[in-house]
Design a protein around this ligand. Structure first.
Ligand SMILES: NC(=O)CC[C@H](N)C(=O)O
Length: 336
């Protein structure tokens, strides 16, 4: 099937926004509506990901008020994969500032697949896009620390603060990706050859592979998204994770780049900054309102969860979350 996010926009009206106490029912409706969509394929270029159960599907919305609205498999863990890029980017911006990260990593969509090598060459070795592998590896190399272990500790602590709980490594995924990540190691070496990675490239890729192997569930993703939606305060722990300016920078980058080369289509149909990963998760952020976490391992050819995209499109529409269309509507109703 050709993925038709546009069909969701056509079918679902925003004319009649729900009351806040209807959010549970709408999350349930998003789950029911798309749970039998069987298109797409589980990622298999990392052998451990091929073992994912294609039937799993979870949808969770967490409001900046701390309300949690879940349906389906929202407490089944999976490796965070590329979604880690968004949060490590925020941590790097917090430590190094807007200008330095912009200059070193870039803020534009490269328009190429997430593991593209040619995109690096076409831009004189500049990674351009922090949400694909080259830019994310360059970002991980910027995380402060005297050693790879210290950089990993900082990443683990930071992502755990976003989730509001201590995250753990999926050892099987980490081992499997470490044994099959020649392409990422090539990307890191290419970046090093251009002076874009100044540390040992294999050590940087190791930290990057670990960050991708952290276990989360759809609920964690929604909480992490809600933290960005709330200007950096985790709505469940009440703790500040990053400052508001870092959220602003991160959300701007996600709007341009969060769904790889499909980012424009996503923004056009759904109108939310978001980040996907090849294990089937997507986090979306409705600034000031909520985070949405979805999980379904069946992917389109760019590596984005098909059911996850459809469920998010539906929720963006019925909850009036599209940042280009919705402010007046949803504020009027007091949603989130
Ligand atoms: N798109 C993704 O989620 C890719 C992440 C994966 N760890 C990789 O580097 O290939």
């Amino acid at each position: 099937m050709e993925l038709r996010l546009g069909d969701v926009s056509q079918e679902v009206s925003t004319g009649d926004l729900p009351e806040w106490n209807e959010v549970d029912a709408l999350v349930e409706a998003a789950y029911r509506r798309y749970r039998s969509v069987g298109d797409g394929a589980v990622a298999d270029y990392i052998p451990a990901l091929a073992e994912a159960d294609p039937e799993r599907f979870g949808v969770c919305v967490v409001g900046t008020d701390g309300g949690v609205h879940s349906s389906g498999d929202t407490q089944i863990e999976f490796s965070i994969q590329s979604i880690s890029k968004a949060f490590v980017y925020a941590l790097a911006c917090q430590e190094l500032g807007h200008e330095l990260v912009r200059e070193r990593v870039g803020v534009n969509n490269s328009g190429a697949a997430f593991n593209s090598v040619i995109a690096i060459e076409l831009n004189d070795g500049h990674p351009m896009n922090p949400m694909v592998n080259a830019g994310a590896i360059a970002t991980t190399a910027l995380v402060p620390g005297a050693s790879a272990d210290e950089r990993w500790d900082a990443v683990l602590a930071g992502l755990s603060e976003f989730a509001g709980r201590q995250l753990e490594l999926d050892d099987a995924v980490y081992r499997s990706e470490s044994e099959s990540n020649q392409r990422n190691r090539a990307i890191a070496r290419l970046l090093a050859s251009y002076g874009r990675v100044e540390l040992d490239p294999d050590e940087v890729v190791d930290v990057y592979t670990k960050q991708c192997s952290l276990k989360v569930d759809a609920r964690d993703l929604a909480i992490m998204g809600a933290t960005l939606a709330d200007g950096g305060i985790n709505p469940l722990t009440g703790r500040r994770v990053v400052p508001p300016g870092v959220c602003r920078d991160t959300l701007a980058v996600l709007s341009a780049t969060g769904l790889y080369e499909r980012s424009g289509e996503w923004l056009f149909e759904i109108g939310l900054p978001a980040k996907s990963g090849v294990s089937g998760g997507i986090v979306s952020i409705a600034p000031g309102k909520c985070g949405i976490g979805v999980f379904s391992p069946l992917l389109d050819s760019a590596g984005n969860s098909i059911r996850g995209q459809l469920a998010t499109a539906y929720l963006s529409r019925v909850l009036g979350l599209n940042i280009f269309a919705s402010a007046a509507h949803s504020r009027q109703k007091g949603l989130f």
